[in-house]
Design a protein around this ligand. Structure first.
Ligand SMILES: Nc1nc2c(c(=O)[nH]1)N[C@H]1C(S)=C(S)[C@@H](COP(=O)(O)O)O[C@H]1N2
Ligand SMILES: [Mo]
Length: 327
């Protein structure tokens, strides 16, 4: 599989413009304090070369889209990762010093195999696959990203969940010393997300360890993050340290922050609007082909597809459910 060598990230003074659909508005004072932290700091010049290690033995996947991929720069400088700040450029700016190793994942709850696993041991039994997926953020922008990861279904099988396990729940690292965004109360930390076991054992979700054929950059959730392509981006939790099999539906971070805006299921659905904006269309980041300012301000709108276009693989999971309630 041919993977283009991404060009180096240049310094940038880009400020995101999508204030009108900013989720910060409900967060009030904490948010204002959070973004004040960021003022007046310069961007690092480049992503350090040692973080750009290539990944070997990556297999192509039949689930990949052949749509035009976003540029490495779009994907690594326009991010949501509140642990590093709430503005789109904050994760890039403030995660460069973050050291994502050594790293381990605690597997617990309703499963035969549990324990703490070094990341290397957690990943080793599984095939690395490139999965080029659409990512649709609840804020109505989207990108096409060539992830590298392992099948979540395969990982789950390995831990032998008990029949009592109905959900799998993930948590992000909580370490305010290393994640400056956690010093503000933007969300209740640690970030929590979850899936039903049926969703988690569908072939589409992956645990990503890389993108563009390289190790995952910090701002994209290094060293391990979830990707669930038919759900809004906030389900795709970054910096995972815990995976817990549970019999009850967890309370996720976004549900706790704004229960009327972010449901547990969070399936992409153009017919169910966010209370504060339409979900019918989306802005493909960089779709004007430009770089820098022009790419982030691209206004090319395209229709949003049901289940983000992955309905043939996942619609059966929701038969008989009211998709307006299970949004
Ligand atoms: N821990 C954690 N995971 C997170 C988030 C976050 O703030 N913290 N943001 C989510 C949201 S809203 C989106 S759209 C995606 C963005 O992923 P990307 O920046 O790699 O494109 O990450 C998701 N995972
Ligand atoms: Mo998002």
């Amino acid at each position: 599989m041919l993977i283009k060598k991404p060009t180096d990230i240049r310094p940038s003074e880009i400020t995101s413009k999508d204030v009108y659909l900013n989720r910060r508005t409900f967060l009030g004072a904490a948010a204002a304090a959070g973004s004040a932290l960021a003022a007046g700091q310069a961007f690092p010049a480049v992503i350090p070369k040692e973080r750009r290690a290539k990944l070997d033995d990556v297999m192509p996947s039949k689930y990949s889209t052949d749509e035009k991929q976003n540029s490495y720069k779009d994907v690594t400088t326009y991010n949501n990762y509140y642990e590093f700040g709430m503005r789109k450029e904050d994760p890039y700016r403030y995660s460069q010093e973050f050291e994502p190793q050594p790293w381990s994942v605690e597997v617990s709850g309703e499963a035969e195999v549990t324990g703490r696993f070094a990341l290397e041991d957690f990943v080793k039994p599984h095939t690395l696959e490139e999965r080029i997926y659409r990512l649709r953020c609840v804020e109505a922008w989207s990108m096409v990203i060539p992830w590298v990861g392992i099948s979540l279904a395969d990982v789950i099988k390995q831990f032998k969940p008990l029949s009592s396990a109905k959900y799998v729940v993930f948590e992000t690292l909580y370490d305010p010393k290393r994640m400056r965004g956690q010093r503000s109360r933007a969300l209740r930390w640690p970030y929590v997300e979850g899936l039903t076991i049926a969703e988690a054992t569908n072939p589409l979700p992956i645990l990503a360890v890389g993108m563009y054929g390289e190790v995952l950059p910090n701002q994209n959730g290094a060293p391990l993050r979830l990707i669930v392509p038919w759900k809004y981006g906030f389900k795709s939790i970054k910096g995972i340290v815990s995976m817990r099999f549970m019999d009850k539906q967890p309370r996720t971070s976004w549900e706790l922050a704004a229960p009327h805006e972010y449901g547990f299921y969070a399936n992409v659905n153009p017919e169910v609007n966010h209370p504060r904006w339409s979900q019918a269309r989306e802005r493909r980041i960089g779709s004007d082909g430009g770089t820098g300012l022009s790419s982030l301000f691209a206004t090319t709108q395209q229709p949003t597809e049901m289940f983000n276009g992955y309905g043939e693989h996942v619609a059966h999971l929701y038969e008989g459910l009211n998709l307006r309630q299970h949004y």
